[in-house]
Design a protein around this ligand. Structure first.
Ligand code: PAF
Length: 290
C-alpha cells in the first residue's frame, strides 16, 4: 500500500478519524523533509510504539533567520514519500504555507530559559518559531506521542517544557542521535558539505568526545572540558566555533561546576554550513569523606 500524502487539515482529520475513534495510538514524527537515517530511526521507534505513524514534512519559514538557508534548504518530497513508504509510515502530512499560516500569526509561543544561549543566541527568534509550529503540528495531528532526536537538544528542551507548561496531552519521546559510521551526527544540512568539508565536519564529535573524556576523568571545571574541546576544533583549519558549552540537561544553561549529568553542546561552521551536536556526560561520583 502506498503512503498517503495529505496537504490540508481536513484531509488529515478524515484520514485519522477511523483510527482515532477506535482509540488507536497515533505517533507523530515532525520533520522538515530531506529525510535521512536519523529520521529513519525516529520512524522506526514510532512504528514500534504506535498503531499509526504520521510524518510531517514542512520547511517552516518562520524558524529561519535573515541570511539563513531557507531558500537552499533541500526539498525533495517525492524521495521523502518513498523513504516513508519503505518504512511503513501510514501518512505524510506535507502542508503548504497557506495551510500552516493562512494569516500572519498574532499569537506565538514564547519559550523560556531553555531557549536562551546556545542556538537561541546565534539564531534569535528560532525557538519561538519552532515551539509555535510544533504546537500547531501537534494540534493538527493530535498524536499520543511525538518523536524528536537528541541531536537538536535545545529544541527538545524547549518542546518538552512547552508541552508541560501548556498541558499538551502528548508524550515527547527523545531518541538518541543517529550517527554516520565516522561519528558525524545525521543532519539534512550534511548534504551541503563537499568532500573536504565532510571530512572536516568530523571534528565536532571528536571535540565533544574530548570534553566528555575530561569529565569522565573527574574534571569538574567546565572550562577545562571546554578547553579540551576547543583544542580539538582548533586543529581543524576548516572549522570555526559558533559556541561550545557545558549545560544542564533540562534548562540548557551553562553549569558553574560539573556534577551528575550534563551535556556538552557545540555548533561549528564548516565553510558555509553550520552544524550542531552534543553529548551526554556523567561526572563520576565524588569520593565522600570517611
Ligand atoms: O527539527 C526539525 O526538523 C524542525 O525544527 C521541526 C521540529 C520539524 C519544526 O519545524
Amino acid at each position: 500500500m502506498s503512503v498517503e500524502a495529505i496537504e490540508d487539515l481536513d484531509g488529515l482529520r478524515t484520514f485519522l478519524g477511523p483510527a482515532r475513534s477506535k482509540g488507536r495510538v497515533i505517533g507523530l514524527v515532525p520533520t522538515m523533509g530531506a529525510l535521512h537515517g536519523g529520521h529513519g530511526a525516529l520512524i522506526e521507534r514510532a512504528r514500534a510504539d504506535c498503531d499509526r505513524v504520521i510524518v510531517s514534512i514542512y520547511v517552516n519559514p518562520t524558524q529561519f533567520g535573515t541570511g539563513e538557508d531557507l531558500a537552499r534548504y533541500p526539498r525533495r518530497l517525492e524521495d521523502d514519500l518513498a523513504f516513508c513508504e519503505f518504512r511503513g509510515v501510514d501518512a505524510v502530512f506535507a502542508p503548504t504555507d497557506a495551510v500552516m499560516y493562512p494569516d500572519a500569526l498574532h499569537t506565538w509561543v514564547e519559550p523560556g530559559v531553555e531557549a536562551q544561549g546556545l542556538c537561541g543566541e546565534s539564531r534569535p527568534g528560532h525557538f519561538r518559531a519552532v515551539a509555535t509550529i510544533v504546537l500547531k503540528l501537534i494540534h493538527a495531528v493530535g498524536p499520543s506521542r511525538a518523536y524528536f532526536g537528541e541531536k537538536d537538544l535545545q529544541q527538545l528542551a524547549v518542546v518538552r517544557r512547552m508541552v508541560a507548561d501548556f498541558n499538551v496531552p502528548v508524550e515527547i519521546v527523545e531518541c538518541p542521535t543517529h550517527r554516520e559510521p565516522d561519528g558525524l551526527a545525521a543532519s539534512s544540512r550534511n548534504g551541503y558539505l563537499d568532500s573536504g568539508e565532510r571530512e572536516a565536519a568530523r571534528v565536532l564529535y571528536r571535540a565533544l568526545r574530548a570534553a566528555r573524556q575530561r569529565i569522565a576523568d573527574g574534571g569538574r571545571d567546565p572550562n577545562e572540558a571546554l578547553g579540551a574541546a576547543r583544542a580539538v576544533i582548533a586543529s581543524e583549519p576548516m572549522a570555526r566555533i559558533d559556541y561550545i558549552e557545558v549545560v544542564g540537561p533540562e534548562d540548557m544553561q551553562p553549569v558553574p561546576r560539573i556534577q551528575g549529568t550534563v551535556r556538552v553542546a557545540g555548533a561549528v561552521w564548516i565553510g558555509g554550513t553550520r552544524l550542531i551536536d552534543n553529548v551526554r556526560c556523567e561526572a563520576p561520583r565524588e569520593a565522600q569523606p570517611t
